[in-house]
Ligand binder design. Structure first.
Ligand SMILES: [Zn+2]
Ligand SMILES: [Zn+2]
Length: 366
């Protein structure tokens, strides 16, 4: 039972052998096989999100059900599953109105670092260790509510499945479900990490043209071309707004996607829109930060600014579709998964992510 624990904000993760308490009603024990190395965990590590410590991070994951607790209905031992990092109760207004990712109970679990009954199942030397987003995938074994995992096809490689449940669905869904991009519409994607690359891939599948990728790091822009970017802008030495206007004959783009969570970039994305255009923000900025946009073009050009969480969809509908697309050869996950690390090297994995060396990497559990 080896886990990577954030003992204190702004300290490297520590690897420890943990103890697990027994399963309560509606819970499952998962043998994790792979966990995605995602920016959101890094936000928690460096304190951009207020996070209870000690905590086992990790929210993208895939594994195999090892045991089910009392009254578990949707899963059995041996099922292949992916994590669903936003618990949804199924009964509140957001859940019933088709926005399960915005469930209030899911938000409470994130803030408290607990499972849905408000308690924890992890222990290190008799001290309780918190859960991250109800899933904690940086552990060889994790306990979660059955509502925090979903069964997938057994012919889907678990290493790739781990990526679908966060980065892929978030980027792809922002394009398909939030923006609803149509063939021939123009798109700019700001930030070409795991989420941004999947927005580019989504835009390509929807038939967008042109698809403009913007990033500060040249190696990440090279990844973007593999996923369907028709133009790249290195904003460390080019003015993104001016270049986007040039590429679109002075009009700007129909849709701009902000995938990194930097308020200034959200403003640039807004200024890159054509009349009637929409900015979709999927990047989570530091809590308390604010975004500034010019108010007159908002009205005179009928521009829109919207947020998109977890692909603006129900993961239980979208994840199986994305997996089917991958297995049919129509979704590129092979170029996305660039590295795999043992859990002992998890801090190196995060250094590589911050340096932009990888499209997406995973932790491979023993
Ligand atoms: Zn993620
Ligand atoms: Zn709910």
């Amino acid at each position: 039972m080896k886990a990577a624990i954030l003992v204190e904000t702004n300290k490297p993760l520590e690897i420890h052998n943990i103890e697990l308490e027994s399963l309560k009603e509606g819970e499952v024990l998962i043998k994790m096989v792979a966990a995605g190395v995602c920016h959101s965990d890094h936000h928690a590590m460096v304190g951009h999100f207020p996070t209870r410590t000690p905590i086992i991070l990790g929210h993208e994951g895939a594994g195999i059900i090892e045991e089910v607790g009392p009254n578990v209905k949707s899963l059995k031992k041996g099922d292949h599953v992916v994590s669903v990092w936003r618990y949804s109760c199924g009964e509140c207004e957001p859940c019933m109105s088709g926005r399960p990712a915005t469930c209030g109970e899911g938000a409470r679990m994130r803030a408290d670092g607990t499972l849905s009954d408000g308690t924890t199942r992890f222990k290190l030397k008799n001290e309780k260790v918190h859960h991250f987003l109800g899933v904690s995938t940086f552990s060889s074994h994790s306990i979660a509510s059955e509502k925090s995992v979903m069964k997938i096809r057994e012919d889907m490689p678990l290493e790739k499945a781990a990526l679908v449940s966060c980065g892929v669905i978030t980027g792809f869904g922002a394009v398909k479900n939030a923006a609803k991009v149509q063939p021939g519409e123009s798109v700019a994607v700001f930030g070409t990490g795991g989420v941004g690359l999947n927005a580019i891939q989504g835009a390509s599948i929807m038939g967008a043209e042109p698809i403009i990728a913007v990033d500060l790091l040249q190696n990440k822009l090279e990844f973007a071309k593999k996923f369907g970017a028709t133009h790249t802008i290195n904003s460390s030495d080019e003015n993104a707004e001016e270049r986007i206007l040039e590429i679109t004959n002075g009009l700007g783009v129909h849709y701009a996607f902000e995938m990194i969570g930097v308020p200034q970039v959200m403003s640039t994305a807004f200024n890159s829109l054509r009349t009637g255009g929409t900015v979709v923000v999927s990047g989570l900025a530091q809590f308390e930060s604010e975004v500034s946009i010019p108010s007159v073009p908002l009205v005179l050009q009928e521009k829109k600014l919207m947020g998109s969480l977890y692909g603006s969809t129900n993961p239980r509908l979208e994840v199986p579709r994305l997996i089917d697309l991958y297995l049919a050869g129509k979704l590129n996950l092979d170029d996305l998964l660039t590295r795999s690390y043992p859990i002992e090297e998890i801090n190196d994995a995060y250094d590589a992510l911050i340096k932009g060396e990888v499209a997406r990497s995973i932790i491979k559990h023993d």
